[in-house]
Design a protein around this ligand. Structure first.
Ligand code: HEC
Length: 189
């Protein structure tokens, strides 16, 4: 245990002990969106969150996404001072959940409802990187851009929300438009 963890433990005593099992299954759903009422940094507030963080990346999405298609994605958190990390990812289009996520990794689970996925346990940083694999299936119908809200915590492994730094980043993808069928000409104005 680090001296800092001991300090925090001593200061918060029994309160912290009960908090320690507050989220055994991972972060609360929805928390990856910094605009949510309860987002990662509302609880992990001790360090300023990094917005539009370059340390956080989402790989595997083409420039334009195709309706109904499955994509194998990788979330990475690189070059932070993290001892361990956790993440959450949300997909939405026009404010509604977009498609479905599936886990392709241990300690990663998708939400029963909605397009969200999260780590259920912290992952040690190896070679200054933490990485999670997952699958996203685009919705059967896509009329507008899809927004992915990613959040990851560069955490110090003290089993508390303190001293961890949250990284947020938003990714946006336009749908691939199929050539439109010829219909009646639009009236000129
Ligand atoms: C409602 C408050 C709350 C929110 C929101 C929240 N957390 Fe936490 N988090 C906690 C608490 C409390 C702990 C410590 C106890 C535990 O693991 O349940 C914790 C622990 C963690 C840990 C382990 C920290 C360590 O040093 O051991 C990680 C990683 C983590 N959270 C990531 C996240 C991420 C990523 C988000 C946003 C997607 C998030 N949390 C949102 C309260 C929250």
């Amino acid at each position: 245990m680090t001296p800092r963890a001991l300090l925090v433990g001593a200061a918060f005593g029994a309160g912290l002990a009960s908090l320690a099992w507050a989220y055994p299954e991972g972060s609360p759903w929805g928390a990856a969106d910094p605009a949510a009422d309860e987002h990662c940094a509302s609880c992990h507030w001790e360090r300023q969150p990094v917005m539009a963080s370059r340390a956080l990346d989402l790989d595997g999405l083409p420039k334009r996404v195709t309706a109904g298609q499955e994509y194998v994605l990788t979330v990475t958190l690189t070059g932070t001072d993290a001892a361990v990390s956790g993440f959450q990812l949300i997909a939405s289009a026009e404010g509604q959940p977009a498609g479905r996520f599936k886990s392709a990794d241990r300690d990663v689970e998708s939400a029963a409802i909605g397009a969200q996925i999260r780590s259920t346990a912290t992952r040690p940083t190896t070679g200054d990187m933490a990485r999670w694999r997952l699958v996203w299936r685009a919705p059967a119908k896509l009329d507008g851009p899809v927004t992915f809200h990613a959040a990851a915590s560069a955490a110090n492994d003290d089993g508390s929300p303190f001293g961890d730094q949250i990284h947020y980043r938003e990714f946006m993808r336009e749908p691939l438009q199929r050539p439109k069928k010829k219909g009646p000409l639009a009236p000129k104005d």
